[in-house]
Write a protein that binds this ligand. Structure first.
Ligand code: HEM
Length: 410
């Protein structure tokens, strides 16, 4: 029996949610959280059902959770022909030839950022490297000026805080809204300029694309830019840090990946399964929905617990072990609609950036592994993860022996 006082909002859960997942799946797979009047589902089949039954569970809740800071409707709120058309524009900017060009830019950004740390033999993989890298890479794809990355990153943090907070004080809400308004004010002149002089970047494509013969308004383009900015940066930098954390903690698997870099995609897929950076996906029940262990009433907010679903023994054998060789991983399909893990969601709104994320993390991890020998936790470093909605290491201080190689040109 789950302790009746158990709460997903408790400090205990925040410190290590993974400790609670088995009990939740077994004893309270439809967990009600009265303080926020929401339901939390933890079993793999239940989460999959919610994410694929688009009639019964909608993304209506994003109108309150995301739209105010996105300054307009985001992709995940759209349905039907509008969703298909706009999703296609975004997908095209992240796949095919565009992806090949971006891999070169990712490589160049990573090489520039890592260079000053090489002689030191020490860095914080999250704050010194992964986070600035993810923002700079996304700015490149969007076609925004990289010199503004710190300012854009600060505004983006406010937007992300709004979307990913379970409870938000009025002061923090005001701060998040200020960030969103300033980001919008920064973007509008860029959009107007791209309408006059379009290039190859995503903002230009959004400005010149038409839906039903009509170009998108500044507001629609702004919302899609902020949507991509928020969706692309946070999970990517968290996945990179988590990949290194797991490989450092499993030195035999680190050695295997170093020896055979073709194992990197499996290591990334297993990282996404084992510790998905997006832990919660919200939906709204359109009608009463009956699950094996309880009913979610019509109109209720439902949170899909991706971390718990990915550790469900009904979906993966020995789910609490990190194992890049697990037979049920299915590396190739892990980045597609057929993935068994739910780190990219599933159904209509499954991540559009999965292939890009794989290419980005693979490129950067391969470079880091070749430049940093004997990567290990820095002495005295205390590992800590933060976040209920998106979750990752607060920092990852590592020591390493610099390899006597410069980053290979890409
Ligand atoms: C490891 C990295 C990533 C993870 C774990 C991740 C995770 C997710 C998840 C769980 C969803 C589903 C949300 C829902 O169903 O409501 C999603 C949607 C989305 N992701 Fe990602 N994401 C990653 C990287 C990216 C990147 C690099 C982009 C860049 C374009 C991106 C863009 C999007 C967009 C635009 C959506 C909304 C799609 C729609 O509603 O049709 N993501 N992502």
């Amino acid at each position: 029996m789950v302790n009746p006082r158990f709460s997903i909002l408790s400090e205990d859960f925040a410190v290590d949610p993974y400790r609670c997942f088995a009990q939740l799946r077994d004893q309270a797979p439809v967990h009600y959280e009265p303080a926020i009047d929401s339901y939390f589902l933890s079993r793999h089949p239940d989460v999959k059902r919610v994410l694929t039954d688009h009639e019964a569970f909608t993304t209506q809740t994003l109108q309150v959770r995301a739209e105010p800071v996105m300054r307009g409707p985001v992709l995940a709120q759209m349905t039907g022909a509008e969703h298909t058309a706009k999703r296609k524009i975004v997908v095209r900017a992240f796949t095919g030839q565009a992806l090949q060009d971006q891999i070169r830019a990712i490589h160049a950004n990573a090489a520039e950022l890592i260079a000053p740390f090489l002689p030191r033999g020490r860095l914080d993989l999250v704050n010194d490297f992964g986070r600035p890298l993810a923002v700079r890479v996304t700015l490149d794809v969007l076609g925004l000026d990289k010199k503004d990355w710190q300012q854009v990153s600060a505004w983006h943090s406010g937007v992300a805080e709004f979307i990913t907070s379970i409870v938000l004080t009025p002061e923090r809400r005001r701060h998040c809204m200020d960030c969103a308004e300033q980001l919008e004010a920064y973007l509008v002149p860029v959009i107007q300029e791209r309408r006059r002089h379009p290039g190859e970047d995503l903002i230009s494509r959004l400005c010149t694309a038409e839906f039903d013969g009509i170009a998108m308004s500044d507001r629609e383009v702004t919302a899609l830019i902020i949507n991509v900015l928020a969706a692309a940066t946070e999970p990517a930098d968290k996945t990179l840090a988590l990949l290194f954390k797991h490989l450092i903690d499993h030195p035999e698997q680190m050695a295997q990946v170093r020896q055979d870099p073709a194992l990197l995609p499996a290591a990334i897929a297993e990282t996404l399964r084992y510790t998905p950076p997006v832990q919660l996906i919200p939906r709204q029940a359109e009608r009463d929905a009956v699950f094996a262990d309880g009913t979610v009433p019509a109109g209720a907010v439902v949170f899909c617990m991706v971390g718990a679903a990915n550790r469900d023994p009904d979906a993966f054998a020995d789910p609490d072990a990190f194992d890049i060789h697990r037979p049920d991983l299915g590396t190739a399909r892990s980045f597609t609609a057929a993935a068994q893990h739910l780190a990219f969601g599933t159904g209509l709104h499954q991540c559009v950036g999965a292939a890009f994320a794989r290419a980005e993390i693979e490129t950067v991890a391969a470079m880091l592994l070749s430049l940093l020998d004997q990567v290990r936790h820095a002495p005295g470093f205390g590992y800590r993860e933060t976040g209920l909605y998106t979750r990752g290491p607060a920092s990852l201080h590592v020591d390493f022996t610099p390899a006597r190689r410069a980053p290979a040109p890409h």
